[in-house]
Design a protein around this ligand. Structure first.
Ligand code: SF4
Ligand code: MG
Length: 287
């Protein structure tokens, strides 16, 4: 964090060389976050990127901002605590499909419904990459891996559907092969006040190489310009009716007050009610 005062920050990447396999889709998330931060020009000391465990969760090492490589599936609760304690920080959370939707699935659902002002980038490559290629909660039926050699029989979780139905107020989907769009989605997600999730369709060139650009192009659709992103039933209807994965902002609700603002309002009320005490002192009196 060595930028001179008043000089634009040209990169938020650290000097650490990203250790993902060459061609891994996760490089796109790093590029998109870096570009989004460059656009916003947040001071580096005002950003914290929190991850869990998995290939995707190495991402905080490759950024020159505060970060934490936390426990498996627990990136969202760690980020929740940090954001409530330090609402002045821009907190971004990164996780893979296993971290978010297997071991961390309960935390995922509760984070969506709480509508805290966080941005969650889910790097969804439909495989467990770090443990060398097992079927994940988002793997398609029929996926053959070391753990399902005859093909997976289980229906996958759609993270977009789960986020929409559990109350996230910004839900978007992008693909690793379109960094330009992904950057715009990440930027809009960070600027949204409330729980933002961007599901990035990624690929694992080493253990799930069929998720390449050609397959994604054939299985995704861009949301049209006249799409109404404020219509939640419309977004759910689209997901139910379309056999392709939509790309763009599926839903954005700017009307709901986020959880951190509700806490701030409560603390303010308490402070007014007890003028001589700080909110912390007042809370201690209550305990
Ligand atoms: Fe990326 Fe897969 Fe390599 Fe992990 S194993 S770094 S997900 S390509
Ligand atoms: Mg994965």
């Amino acid at each position: 964090m060595t930028e001179q005062m008043n000089q634009p920050i040209k990169s938020y990447k650290s000097e650490e060389k990203a250790t993902w396999c060459p061609g891994c889709g996760h490089f796109s998330a790093l590029a998109a976050l870096d570009k989004a931060f460059q656009t916003l020009q947040f001071p580096k000391e005002k950003i914290a990127v929190i991850s869990g465990i998995g290939c995707s969760s190495r991402l905080p090492f490759f950024l020159d901002v505060y970060g934490m490589h936390s426990a498996h599936g627990r990136a969202l609760p760690v980020a929740t605590g940090l954001k409530l304690a330090r609402p002045d920080l821009e907190v971004v959370v990164v996780g893979g499909d296993g971290d978010a939707l297997a071991i961390g699935s309960a935390h995922f659902l509760h984070a969506m419904r709480r509508n805290l002002n966080l941005t969650y980038i889910l790097l969804d490559n439909q495989i467990y990459g770090m443990t060398k290629g097992q079927t994940a909660p988002t793997s398609m039926v029929g996926t053959k891996t070391k753990s399902t050699p005859y093909g997976s029989f289980e229906n996958p979780i759609d993270p977009v559907w789960a986020a929409l139905t559990m109350g996230a107020t910004f839900v978007a989907q992008g693909a690793f092969c379109n960094v330009q769009q992904l950057t715009q989605l990440v930027l809009a997600g960070i600027q949204h006040k409330g729980m933002s999730i961007i599901n990035m369709l990624s690929n694992c060139v080493t253990f799930n190489p069929h998720m390449g650009k050609d397959v994604l192009d054939a299985n995704t659709i861009q949301l049209p310009d006249d799409y109404d992103k404020t219509n939640l039933p419309g977004a759910l209807d689209l997901l139910m009716k379309s056999d392709k994965m939509p790309l763009g902002i599926l839903y954005q609700n700017d009307k709901e007050v986020c959880l951190d603002d509700k806490y701030a309002q409560l603390l303010e009320k308490m402070q007014t009610a007890n003028e001589n005490a700080t909110p912390q002192e007042f809370l201690h009196k209550l305990i």
